[in-house]
Ligand binder design. Structure first.
Ligand code: NIG
Ligand code: FE
Length: 403
């Protein structure tokens, strides 16, 4: 059992939890000034004001003056297993070539596919370790990692197993969620997305499912990538196999991706730059989380997702980094969220819920994301005077990861 006392602020998010992460006001942060928390390895035992800490928990307590404790930051959308880089493409984009144009030339995801296939298992594992450790240095404790740069049966299988190895290496300190995204792009050797889906994506899903390696499937549902029919096929099979669904939706065009997510009870619909009013209404009436990836819009020079309309429409919103070699080569979720909140007009409760409670919901982790007795003791610690100072000093790293 451990006790922290005299935290400048203990951010419990009790209010946000009660509202299921929707329609939040700043009071929903539920901040306890001069707070204390008691926990063991499995669960939180007590939270409250230091002055009210029961005597039985006072022994060996650790003085945390000068620190703020929040629910654990979760990055619920990353693509960090890849070979090579796309620095030259980024330079080309700054010279006016669009992301879509680069993809048409065989660059983009397909370039990373070639570079990933050239990399050995150990190279992929080791570069992913370095990336995970950097994310952790910012205070992130749970990371979703997608496969999707192998794009053939053997390499996708290898990458899913690399993610499983990463999961085993880092748990329980860093929790990893393994998402199968073989349906990320269609290699040029296939005549259609449907052919690739039937010859590679679905057969590999059949192999991986009984191995209990993957936590969810994902698909890039987008014009020139995968169709609604492909998505229906993949999601129906995943559901039969008891595997959760996630989707890259309505990013480059409004393709009714959010509605497709709701139809298949997906954990989340991600991107949503072009989401329609009816897509927002569908999300609002569902458990599916709207995951926004503002770093990608910044890096592609595109208008941000309509976050305010999505929030006011009643959807549950999370924010993730989308850290990947092409459309967002930034690993710092808190930096992205800090900038985005001013641009997207999010209040602090919406921002923090978006990177903790709602991000955990996007990974089916209902017992974390708020700091209340009975919940899992997963939190992030910052050496600073108040929560406001963290995002006010955007880009500065206050995380303490050694306690
Ligand atoms: O989420 N949209 C598809 N996947 C990534 C981009 C990956 C890449 O460009 O390599 C994304 O933005
Ligand atoms: Fe992505």
């Amino acid at each position: 059992m451990k006790t922290y006392v005299h935290l400048n602020q203990l951010v419990t998010l009790e209010g946000a939890l009660k509202k299921d992460g929707r329609r939040l006001v700043p009071a929903d942060l539920s901040i306890i000034e001069d707070g204390a928390i008691v926990f063991d390895d499995e669960r939180i035992v007590w939270t409250g004001k230091s002055s009210e800490l029961p005597a039985e928990y006072q022994k060996n307590s650790i003085d945390m003056k000068g620190h703020v404790l929040t629910p654990e930051m979760v990055d619920s959308h990353t693509h960090i297993v890849f070979g090579g880089d796309r620095a030259q493409e980024y330079a080309d984009r700054l010279n006016g070539v669009s992301y879509e144009e680069i993809a048409k030339r065989g660059g983009g995801i397909l370039l990373t596919m070639t570079q990933t296939n050239k990399a050995t298992t150990e190279e992929l594992f080791n570069s992913a370790c370095a990336r995970i450790e950097r994310l952790h240095s910012y205070g992130i404790g749970t990371i979703e990692i997608k496969s999707g740069y192998g794009l053939n049966f053997e390499k996708e299988y290898e990458v899913s197993l690399v993610i499983d190895r990463l999961k085993k290496k880092y748990q329980p300190k860093i929790q990893i969620f393994n998402t199968y995204l073989a349906a990320h792009d269609v290699p040029r050797t296939f005549s259609s997305s449907s052919q690739y889906l039937k010859e590679v994506v679905l057969p590999l899903l059949e192999k991986l499912a009984p191995m209990k390696v993957i936590d969810a499937v994902d698909i890039f549902h987008e014009k020139n990538y995968f169709t609604a029919e492909d998505t229906d096929l993949l999601f129906s099979r995943a559901k039969q196999l008891g595997i959760a669904r996630k989707i890259h939706a309505d990013e480059l065009n409004d393709n009714d991706g959010a509605k497709l997510a709701v139809k298949h009870e997906a954990l989340s619909a991600d991107h949503l730059l072009k989401i329609s009013a009816s897509g927002i209404a569908a999300l609002a009436n569902s458990k599916t989380v709207a995951t926004l990836l503002p770093g990608t819009a910044f890096f592609l020079g595109k208008p941000l997702a309509p976050a305010r309309t999505i929030l006011d429409g009643g959807a549950k919103v999370s924010i993730a980094s989308d850290y990947n070699p092409g459309s967002c080569h930034c690993d710092n979720l808190l930096l992205i969220a800090s900038i985005a909140s001013a641009q997207m007009k999010l209040n602090q409760a919406e921002l923090w819920t978006g990177i903790t409670l709602n991000a955990a919901a996007a990974l089916a982790l209902p017992n974390q994301g708020a700091l209340l007795p009975g919940m899992r003791p997963r939190f992030s610690i910052f050496k600073t005077e108040s929560l406001s100072h963290i995002t006010y000093n955007w880009g500065k790293n206050f995380a303490v990861t050694t306690l």
